[in-house]
Design a protein around this ligand. Structure first.
Ligand SMILES: Nc1ncnc2c1ncn2[C@@H]1O[C@H](COP(=O)(O)OP(=O)(O)OP(=O)(O)O)[C@@H](O)[C@H]1O
Ligand SMILES: [Mg+2]
Length: 355
């Protein structure tokens, strides 16, 4: 499991928020202290927060979630990310995943409300559903539909010996579905939503490896009118961030395309976006893969765990899509509609040699 590390440290640093950022932030603009006033749950002011923002997802009590997870018992523990711990629970007879905001974590109240506001607006088969949320005093929890096969990350890297690697067709199906989810954010939502944290650990898998994008806590509304980008603090996960976003904090829909290109590479190669255990020139996946694609060294790039069981044509096509997505010049990257349609095409041509 990769933890979301903010890239806002070091050279990039944290800049003062500019008006564009304030306007584009999806989360309510209230300061944390104002938020905690409006969060005082159960009726009263919390109801005001909900009615002010027209939330569909129900507010749940901490007690309900405590019961749902048998007091957050260790056997219900699913994992831990930048937001906090995640537990499996049962609510109204349905399995759910419950994330508890770690008050000391790097992601905080802002991400919590962004997640609630964004997911509340969205309904798509390739986006994880928010079942409800809890904001009682300092306690903040998010409740999602449970995704039984976990994250894509756990199916690609460091597989235990008894776990079968994903076959080629399943990999392409997952990519095609994830692209549909991103397309919904970029194209069908007005204004468009930039996810800002597209990565394998945020692609969750349901029955039959049906993929859904998750984690919208870092999402931003895309530029509107004549604006070409949104200026923002650099947030996201190293290895997935577009170069122009890292350098200048300029965020566009094409920043997500870069990250998605890295995800395509991870799925094809079985290598992590950033792997400090590898030699210097192989550490950054996009930097390692680009010259190999240019030199048409395609088979070197295929995950050895596939044992050669893939269609060469599909491999070349999928690598070509990745290559376009990870171009250094943002304007040259394709739109998500083009990426989604190319991946659907690749996925529909099922490879016979696949396991
Ligand atoms: N809806 C869900 N259904 C099933 N498992 C989930 C669900 N949401 C999260 N998980 C699991 O919980 C663990 C932690 O997820 P979380 O999203 O908090 O962290 P992450 O994605 O690894 O890192 P980040 O904080 O950067 O997103 C992961 O193993 C993930 O697969
Ligand atoms: Mg996640």
């Amino acid at each position: 499991m990769g933890s979301c590390v903010s890239c806002e440290k070091g050279a990039v640093g944290e800049r003062k928020k500019d008006p564009a950022e304030r306007q584009s932030q999806i989360a309510p603009t209230a300061s944390p202290s104002e938020m905690s006033r409006s969060e005082v749950s159960k009726g009263g002011e919390h109801t005001t927060f909900i009615s002010n923002h027209g939330l569909r997802s129900p507010s749940l009590t901490y007690e309900e979630l405590d019961v749902a997870t048998e007091r957050f018992a260790q056997e219900h523990f699913l994992g831990k990310g930048g937001f906090g711990e995640v537990y499996k629970g049962v609510l109204d007879g349905n399995h759910v995943a419950i994330k508890i905001l770690n008050p000391k974590g790097m992601q905080g109240t802002r991400e919590f409300f962004t997640e609630v506001m964004v997911l509340n607006r969205l309904d798509h088969p390739n986006l994880v559903k928010l079942v409800g949320y809890c904001a009682e005093w300092a306690q903040k929890l998010l409740v999602y539909e449970y995704m039984p096969l976990g994250s894509l990350e756990t199916h690609l890297f460091d597989l235990p010996p008894d776990k079968k690697p994903l076959d080629w067709n399943t990999r392409m199906k997952i990519l095609a579905g994830a692209a549909q989810g991103l397309q919904h954010l970029h194209v069908n939502t007005d204004p468009p939503i930039i996810n800002r944290d597209v990565k394998c650990s945020n692609i969750l898998l349901g029955e039959g490896y049906h993929p859904k994008l998750s984690d919208f806590g870092l999402a931003k509304l895309g530029p509107t009118g004549d604006d070409t980008h949104v200026s923002t603090r650099v947030m996201g996960t190293p290895g997935y961030c577009a170069p122009e976003y890292l350098e200048s904090g300029q965020l566009t829909l094409r920043s997500d395309i870069y990250s998605f290109g890295v995800v395509i590479l991870e799925v094809i190669t079985g290598r992590r976006a950033l792997d400090q255990t590898r030699s210097r020139d192989e550490r950054n996946l996009a930097e390692w893969a680009t010259p190999l694609i240019n030199q048409k060294e395609y088979s070197i790039l295929a995950d050895p765990a596939l044992s050669g069981q893939y269609s060469k044509t599909s491999l070349v096509q999928a690598l070509s899509v990745a290559q376009l997505c990870i171009q250094k010049t943002a304007r040259q990257r394709p739109l998500i509609t083009e990426v989604a349609s190319a991946l659907s095409h690749i996925s529909s041509r099922r490879s016979g040699s696949s396991r």
